[in-house]
Write a protein that binds this ligand. Structure first.
Ligand code: HEC
Ligand code: HEC
Length: 496
């Protein structure tokens, strides 16, 4: 009999339970770790016996899982350097022609401003910090970017170097989009803030710099010819800072469409971007569906989706929903079929073993508390009453989760979402694999809203301010909120 089962059987006897209770102090001091040992490495962390009486071994196992997940989230490329470096040759654009690559290269200044990348100050040695403070570091030279990559200091970007110190490839991690820094050293340089979206990151611009976009154009658009590459570049450059399109890689739709499937043209005469705001990866414990778009799945699904299909990690992935055909006989997800994303296989699989710790870490990321003085407390308290009462907000954003308990997804009609033609805007809602139900949008949880509001609100950032969001609901639901009630509601949202 295994030691844990033996203990479980012993625990069935009430005399033993009483003895254990009496000996509580002793147990806490370490004797319990004897029967918890051996579980530490299991991905589930605590077997049922230890959950009922969590001891030090159990806590230790969870801590370990958390640390493993953190490593994956921050530093793991899942082998995606085979794609970003190996196929697209992105590292060559970073180093520039003088260092053996192509073009002008990416200086730290460009990386921090135009690209919106972040630097982890804790990864910098003291002498470099001193040199930076003294203004003695050349921020205009791609060689400095390479030095930062060697130090593993560029958040979410991992450089691979040969023994001679030349950059041979580059890969990306989850932290690229879902971490930022606190700017404590300088703008863009500071301590990591995991789970906070990088609202400055210009993913489209970064990818567009890759010298060889043919493999991506081939998978997304079905051709790697110059015209297709040109189209792909237009799509990438339409995103802008803080935005990314996590579905174009499966449905091949580069720009927003109207109800008839025609490309929408914006006020500036250009096609409207189909990208969404990069969401926060914090505050998701207790939620059902994730992402902006309904029906993809929860965090576990999405982590596997992103690692394999967005980051192009070398893993295994199944989603038979990608084989769905539209009434016109065409695939809904033609790019997914081209990439064989419905049944992706790699040997060895560099993703699946990391999903459990990654899941645990992700769900551990708490939403950050708003800085004191950033909202009016009295008004926020009034606003909370409106949120849960006259405003009807808690119909969907149920406190304290602030998303629906249960099926947390709603049709665009329910929230009066319209496109610039005035039609009900089902575009993003319909991009999910929806089956029999109409397309829907997930109710985003509202905690930590203040740290993710730089690029507006709703999936496409259509409302620049919280007041605009509330005006929208006021007319959509016919709420008849007074100006005072509206501003109280804004203060409440700022307090989350
Ligand atoms: C290139 C940028 C990028 C990278 C890299 C990235 N994500 Fe995301 N992530 C996004 C975007 C954009 C969305 C929203 C997608 C949508 O709704 O269509 C998203 C959504 C999510 C969500 C759902 C959030 C919510 O509000 O429901 C989770 C969880 C998540 N990502 C986790 C991860 C993990 C884990 C990794 C690494 C394996 C990762 N992401 C890598 C851009 C990125
Ligand atoms: C019928 C369900 C429903 C009700 C009722 C509702 N919301 Fe929402 N809310 C949503 C959905 C769905 C979204 C996401 C829309 C999108 O992604 O485009 C959303 C988005 C938001 C956002 C933007 C979050 C972000 O990260 O961009 C805020 C803020 C918000 N709601 C506040 C409120 C307030 C305040 C009320 C009450 C006046 C309210 N909601 C009522 C479903 C609802």
């Amino acid at each position: 009999m295994s030691r844990s089962r033996h203990v479980a059987r012993l625990l069935g006897s009430s005399a033993v339970v009483a003895a254990l209770l009496l000996l509580g102090g002793v147990i806490a001091n370490g004797s319990i770790s004897a029967f918890s040992s051996g579980h530490d490495d299991a991905p589930g962390a605590c077997e049922s016996q230890s959950v009922d009486a969590p001891g030090r071994g159990c806590a230790k196992a969870l801590e370990k899982l958390f640390e493993q997940g953190k490593q994956v989230f921050r530093y793991d490329t899942f082998g995606d350097e085979d794609f970003w470096g190996g196929q697209l040759q992105l590292h060559k654009a970073i180093e520039g022609a003088t260092l053996g690559g192509v073009g002008g290269g990416v200086s730290p200044k460009t990386a921090l401003t135009a690209a919106g990348l972040k630097v982890d100050v804790d990864a910098l040695p003291n002498d470099l910090v001193a040199a930076l403070k003294a203004g003695k570091v050349d921020l205009d030279s791609p060689a400095t970017t390479l030095a930062l990559l060697k130090l593993n200091a560029v958040v979410g970007v991992k450089g691979f170097f040969d023994t001679g110190g030349s950059l041979t490839s580059v890969g990306i991690t989850c932290a690229l989009c879902h971490s930022t820094v606190d700017d404590s050293f300088a703008p863009g340089i500071g301590k990591r803030l995991d789970g906070w979206p990088n609202q400055d990151l210009n993913t489209g611009l970064i990818v567009s710099l890759a010298p060889n976009l043919a493999p991506m154009a081939q998978q997304v658009l079905g051709s790697g010819n110059p015209a297709a590459i040109d189209t792909l570049k237009k799509v990438l450059l339409s995103w802008g800072p803080g935005f990314y399109d996590a579905e174009v890689n499966i449905d091949a739709i580069g720009f927003k469409q109207d109800a008839d499937g025609n490309t929408m043209i914006g006020g500036d005469g250009k096609p409207e971007s189909a990208a969404t705001r990069i969401p926060a990866a914090y505050g998701h414990l207790g939620e059902n569906f994730h992402t902006w778009t309904g029906y993809f799945g929860d965090v576990t699904y999405w982590n596997a989706y992103v690692a394999n299909l967005q980051m192009h990690g070398n893993g295994n992935f199944n989603d038979s929903r990608f084989e769905f055909k539209l009434p016109n006989g065409k695939y809904k997800y033609p790019a997914a079929i081209r990439g064989r994303f419905n049944k992706l296989r790699h040997e060895p699989d560099q993703v699946t073993s990391k999903l459990a710790p990654l899941h645990y870490y992700q769900l551990s990321l708490k939403p950050p508390t708003p800085p004191s003085g950033s909202f009016d407390r009295t008004a926020a308290a009034q606003g909370e009453k409106i949120f849960n009462g006259k405003g009807r907000c808690s119909d969907c954003h149920m406190p304290p989760l602030y998303t629906d308990a249960g099926f947390n997804s709603h049709t665009p009609e329910e929230i009066c979402l319209t496109n610039s033609k005035g039609e009900i805007d089902t575009f993003q809602a319909d991009r999910g694999p929806r089956g029999l139900n109409p397309g829907s949008l997930v109710t985003p949880q509202l905690n930590g809203l203040w740290a993710r509001s730089k690029r507006g609100f709703y999936h496409d950032g259509r409302f620049p301010t919280l007041s605009a969001v509330i005006d929208h609901y006021n007319s959509c639901f016919g709420l008849r909120l007074s100006p005072g009630q509206k501003s109280d509601l804004v203060e409440f949202l700022k307090s989350k």
